[in-house]
Write a protein that binds this ligand. Structure first.
Ligand SMILES: C[S@@+](CC[C@H](N)C(=O)[O-])C[C@H]1O[C@@H](n2cnc3c(N)ncnc32)[C@H](O)[C@@H]1O
Length: 369
């Protein structure tokens, strides 16, 4: 179940449609492989030396050179093509989903259905979630055009794969599988009876957990009804037995000490700073003694980033619909967990290589003795 997984709900297309997908992917790879190195060269050979001469000291932060780098042709080209590629990707995928929607709808209704979905009627998502069309995805996580719409989840799953492959992440990559391998190596004694994923979105990571822990109950929450609707159908397609629930990770509908394993994949960079604290407190509350809580996300901690990469992080916030990217990049996740009641000696940060890709993941684990 890696990034090359296909299933019945994914939009099918013809030869021309495949060419359009490959064209977007090629554009994204050109941004990362040609335009970004050119931008970096312009920074290293011109902007950085000039800034250091002006300041009389080495460059320390992106703010030292931000305006000057933004004024270069290399930045304008990289930034505009990067934005255009992202918008082109969503338009192309929206068209392909719409063109095949009747078949997708029919396939989704024919499913036997092992997974379940609980949606409390009085639920309201935290306000920050509607603040932006995240990743410039049309309608963001809450896109819900008509009764039963599966569009948000389809867009998210398809777009996520193209986005990752555009960063030269391989088809065999998987966040959840990387984390499951890590848990089995580092915490071999952990045999979870109940697992909870926070911020599951389309459920693309969740479906790894029943396979890894076949005797465990697998639960997953998200604040987007549209994403969960798709996640349930997707799990049904793959025969995965998962209990999805519409819930805020900062206000979980579970008893104290209920789960032996709590995970999140790429959720924290989508949460407002004040809410990160609330989520950590809930993790501490619902984690059982002897259990493990693990948050995996992008490795963009500002205190360890070279200034040029800090600049790229700022770009994500300003141009790629990532309003909380810098909240996350400047957060001290281990400290948040300690303040939520986990013992300092039981909290640890790790940098893990991707399973099939050039990047690292930032992973923070917290154990409850
Ligand atoms: C980038 S997606 C990650 C999806 C999935 N975990 C993956 O890696 O494929 C982040 C998800 O977190 C969800 N989210 C954000 N804040 C949340 C909260 N307070 N409680 C539950 N889910 C939340 C969003 O709705 C979104 O679906």
């Amino acid at each position: 179940m890696s990034r090359d997984l296909t299933h019945d709900l994914m939009p099918q297309t013809d030869h021309d449609g495949m060419s359009r997908r490959l064209a977007v992917l090629a554009l994204k790879r050109a941004v990362g492989g040609v335009l970004q190195p050119a931008l970096m060269k312009s920074y290293e050979t011109n902007v950085k030396p000039r800034t250091e001469e002006r300041l009389g000291r080495p460059v320390k932060h992106a703010e030292d050179f931000r305006n000057e780098l933004k004024d270069t042709p290399q930045y304008r080209l990289w930034s505009s093509v990067n934005r255009a590629a992202q918008h082109r990707m969503w338009t192309m995928l929206s068209n392909q989903i719409d063109a095949d929607y009747d078949r997708i709808e029919e396939a989704s209704q024919a499913l036997p259905g092992n997974a379940s979905l609980v949606e409390p009627v009085d639920f309201s998502a935290p306000g920050y979630i509607a603040q932006a069309d995240i990743h410039c995805q049309p309608g963001g996580y809450l896109l819900d055009r008509f009764d039963g719409d599966l569009g948000a989840g389809l867009l998210y799953e398809m777009g996520g794969n193209i986005y990752a492959m555009g960063q030269n992440i391989g088809a065999k990559d998987s966040k959840a599988q990387r984390i499951i391998n890590f848990i089995c190596e580092e915490f071999p004694g952990l045999k979870p009876r109940k697992v909870l994923e926070l911020g599951c979105s389309a459920g693309a990571q969740t479906t790894y957990y029943p396979e890894a822990f076949p005797s465990a109950e697998i639960h997953a929450v998200d604040v987007s009804p549209a994403m969960l609707r798709y996640a349930k159908k997707r799990s049904d397609t793959l025969g995965a037995n998962i209990q999805f629930q519409l819930a805020d990770a900062g206000d979980l509908p579970y008893a104290d000490n209920e789960f032996d394993l709590i995970v999140s994949h790429n959720m924290l960079h989508e949460t407002e700073a004040s809410h990160q604290r609330v989520i950590m407190r809930e993790c501490e509350r619902v984690l059982a003694p002897g259990g493990l809580c693990l948050h995996q996300d992008v490795a963009v901690q500002l205190d360890m980033l070279p200034p040029f990469i800090q600049f790229l992080s700022e770009w994500q916030k300003e141009n790629n619909g990532e309003p909380f990217w810098l909240d996350y990049a400047s957060a001290n996740v281990p400290e948040l967990l300690v303040k939520s009641g986990f013992g300092r000696d039981h909290v640890k940060a790790h940098y893990l290589d991707q399973l099939d890709g050039p990047l690292k993941w930032y992973v923070v684990t917290a154990q409850k003795p």
